[in-house]
Design a protein around this ligand. Structure first.
Ligand SMILES: [Zn+2]
Ligand SMILES: [Zn+2]
Length: 316
């Protein structure tokens, strides 16, 4: 059972001003940028362990949004946490990988705040048709003992093709947004241990194709998109959007303990059916929870009833 607490009379996470809240549901959980507290990360240094150029977009968005300074930690090979080229498998989940990177950056820099970015690619979870990119950002503040997670998802050029001639290779490259989006080439198939990555112009790509063909036993070349951040402007945009979401979350402070990251953490299902009133699987409220203390509030959705089509009784 979820414990709920009403908003205190003078707090609305949507508003910048201390304004009495009379109607609970007027507070839209999607916009919690407002805060009645002083900025918490202004002038603070944040460790970021990356070697794929993410320090630029993250430094820009978080610097502008929070007033913090990103300290780029580069004297560590992040490929040890896993690579997109599969030569080193990622250990654990996307979140666990991000946590390991953030902790390592904090350790190497001696800073108490760490940030890490981790991307995942696969089929669109709704249509299973188009490739999909989920970017996760993890913010660790060891002083406060909190972790704040922000994500953004979007389209991606993530794809691969096995070819045997230049014409096919050229068509694939064009469809993948080459040369702005870099490519990786291997002989034979995706398991070949040798590869050329970071290919960023047509001459280089053509040379890599000839090289791979000369090494292939079957006259085949495996081409895939290079998903490292600096090699993929589409991914860079999604990372920027995740950073903007993180800024918004960190500006939202817990009304009980003032910790940053007071944000949407789940939903309550059971929106009643419009015909019979039985609870459905539709969400009736959002849970806004603190990442540090147990304080949480429920924000009711605008809709009071679910369509009968969603009801197990009316539409089994
Ligand atoms: Zn019903
Ligand atoms: Zn709290």
């Amino acid at each position: 059972m979820i414990k709920t607490e009403e908003f205190s009379a003078d707090y609305c996470p949507k508003s910048n001003t201390q304004k009495p809240m009379t109607k609970f549901e007027n507070c839209d959980e999607s916009s919690q940028a407002g805060s009645t507290y002083p900025p918490v990360y202004l002038g603070q240094s944040v460790a970021l362990l990356t070697k794929h150029g993410k320090e630029t977009p993250l430094g820009e968005v978080l610097g502008a949004g929070l007033g913090c300074r990103i300290q780029h930690v580069s004297d560590y090979d992040t490929d040890q946490f896993g690579t997109f080229t599969r030569d080193i498998a990622r250990v654990g989940s996307q979140l666990e990988a991000a946590r390991a990177k953030a902790r390592m950056g904090m350790k190497l820099s001696g800073l108490s705040i760490g940030l890490a970015s981790e991307g995942a690619f696969g089929p669109d979870p709704v249509s299973f048709m188009l490739p999909h990119n989920l970017e996760l950002l993890l913010w660790i503040d060891a002083g406060l003992g909190i972790e704040v997670i922000a994500t953004a998802s979007g389209n991606t050029n993530f794809s691969h093709k096995t070819v045997s001639a230049w014409d096919e290779a050229k068509l694939f490259a064009e469809s993948a947004g080459f040369p702005e989006h870099y490519l990786i080439v291997r002989p034979d198939d995706q398991h070949h241990p040798q590869f050329r990555k970071g290919l960023s112009n047509w001459d280089e790509f053509n040379g890599a194709l000839e090289w791979a063909l000369s090494l292939s036993s079957a006259g085949k070349v495996f081409i895939e998109t290079d998903m490292r951040a600096f090699a993929n402007p589409t991914r860079m945009l999604t990372i920027r959007r995740a950073a903007a979401a993180l800024v918004q979350k960190l500006h939202s402070r817990c009304p009980a303990c003032a910790a940053p990251g007071f944000a949407n953490s789940g939903v309550i299902r059971g929106l009643p059916c419009e015909d019979c009133g039985q609870p459905t699987e539709q969400a009736r409220a959002d849970i806004i929870a603190c990442v540090r203390c147990t304080h949480q509030i429920l924000v009711n959705r605008d809709r009071q009833f679910a369509a009968a089509g969603n009801c197990d009784y009316c539409n089994p």
